[in-house]
Every structure is written in C-alpha cells, then in structure tokens.
Ligand binder design. Structure first.
Ligand code: DHB
Ligand code: MG
Length: 223
C-alpha cells in the first residue's frame, strides 16, 4: 500500500519519456511469456533512474536483463544514455528486446547474450582497449552466487565517482544469518564482506520493504 501510495503521487511522467503504459506492457508481456515475477518494483526502478541522473550516467551496465523492466527505467535517465545489459537466457533477452522497443528505448540498449562471467571480462577488455567508454553506473541483478565476481570486474570499468548497485542482498534478513545454507545468501554475504575489505570501493546496504517483500540494495561508490 505504501509503494502504491507514494509511487502514484510521485510519478512525474513529464520528467521522463516513460509512460505507465510502457511499464505495464513490459510486465504484462513478460508474464505472458512465462518470465518470473522478480523484476524490481516501480519505486525501485524509479530509484535506479534517479540514481543514474545523480551520477549523470552516459553509459550504464546492467547484469541480468530479465524482461528489461529495470533497463527501461535506466534508459530513461537521460535522452542520450546508452545501456549495455547482459542476459544469459535467450528467451528472456527476446522478450526484453520487444519490451524495450515498445518503450522506445531499443536503440539505446545493447543486450549482450551470454553468462555474465564470460561477457563482463570481454566488456572489460573492450574498455581497456578504448573501444568502449567507462560506465558511470552498474546495476547487478543476476545469479547471486557471482555477485562478487561481477563487482570485481565492474570496478575496473567504472569511472571514479560512479556507482555499483547490487540487488537482493538482504533476502528477508538472511544476510545476517551465519547458519544459512542458501548459496544466494552466501553470494550476498561475500559481496558485502569483500566490498568492506576493498580499498577501491565504499559501500552501504539499504534495506527495503515493499511490494517485493523485505530485501535491499548494496550501493557502492568507486573511489
Ligand atoms: C530473485 C531474483 C531477483 O533478482 C529478485 O529481485 C528477486 C528474486 C530470485 O532468484 O528468486
Ligand atoms: Mg533482483
């Protein structure tokens, strides 16, 4: 109810090219094509868009496209932002392409099909060779076991002052459970603990409640 109340009052269609029809099309089309209902919430999507504006992002990297719902928000952070989004599942990537085109941002989003552990090092090499610009923002929302691998590679591709955001690190509070056997929770613990020891990054976990239950983002700034 709070998500619905606040999102509906704070939505300002004129601040983006995003219409509620584009957003609901992406969710409906994703559901009709059998994708799981695990995209970020509307409020979380808007937070990602505003965060991209704060870092004046021109290049954004997303790991885990799913149906492109968060991608649509990121691509609407500015009229000339470019988003690279990595997706391992070709069916998901196809649905995302349709959703992104429908939302009018297909031209500014490059979907890279493949596992993040293979695609990210390739992107890092392109950045190193100057074939691709550095990113100002990275959003990691893929296989949780590889969270730290993704962050570790992403740091080298992200401009100083840019941010790296990891979804789903709180997991109903299991982040603080020392006895959990869930590999996704260990993926969250590993990324929190490793960022805490990493001189290149300064991070914080923001817990969230809402229509996607109790979870949270890890937000890190590249020093
Ligand atoms: C799951 C994955 C997500 O990225 C998310 O936001 C929620 C749930 C999952 O794998 O269950
Ligand atoms: Mg997620």
């Amino acid at each position: 109810a709070v998500d619905n109340y606040s999102f509906s009052h704070l939505r300002r269609p004129s601040s983006t090219t995003l219409s509620s029809a584009d957003l609901s099309y992406a969710l409906t089309n994703s559901a009709q094509n059998g994708l799981p209902d695990i995209a970020v919430s509307p409020s979380q999507g808007k937070y990602l868009m505003l965060q991209a504006k704060l870092v004046k992002a021109k290049n954004i990297l997303e790991v885990g496209t799913l149906g492109g719902y968060s991608t649509i928000w990121l691509a609407n952070s500015s009229p000339d932002v470019q988003v690279v989004s990595v997706e391992v599942n070709s069916h998901h990537a196809g649905v995302a392409r349709a959703n992104l085109s429908h939302a009018g941002v297909g031209e500014r989003v490059e979907i890279k099909l493949g596992p993040g552990v293979e695609v990210l090092p390739q992107l890092a090499e392109e950045v190193k060779q100057g074939k691709r610009g550095k990113f100002q923002m990275v959003f990691i929302d893929a296989d949780k076991e590889n969270n730290w691998n993704y962050v570790d590679v992403a740091v080298g591709m992200t401009e100083q002052g840019g941010c790296i955001i990891v979804d789903n690190v709180v997991r109903k509070g299991l982040l603080a459970d020392p006895n959990t056997t869930d590999p996704r929770v260990w993926g969250a613990k590993t990324v929190v603990e490793n960022i805490g020891k990493d001189e290149r990054l300064d991070g914080v976990v923001m817990q969230t409640v809402g229509e996607k239950n109790y979870d949270g983002f890890l937000i890190a700034v590249v020093k």
